[in-house]
Design a protein around this ligand. Sequence first.
Ligand SMILES: [Zn+2]
Length: 80
Amino acid sequence: MTAEPKKAPWPKQSAELTAQGYVFSGRGVCKGCQRSIIWATTPKGNRMPLSSAGENSWQPHFTDCTQANRFRRHRPVRID
Ligand SMILES: [Zn+2]
């Protein structure tokens, strides 16, 4: 049995994201929790806020935002 998970695990390294087609597009800040985030464009063309998960490592901000339950109302904004 070699069933592999379909979903790619997070966090991911910067180089891994780039290799998969993600494009880092700028810095921002989450209006919910005030943490700095970065924007990335996914391979499908969607913009996704990422937060740091260590050196050169990123995860979707949704996963660690303390205000994630309010996220729909407090979307991160670009500051660059
Ligand atoms: Zn947040």
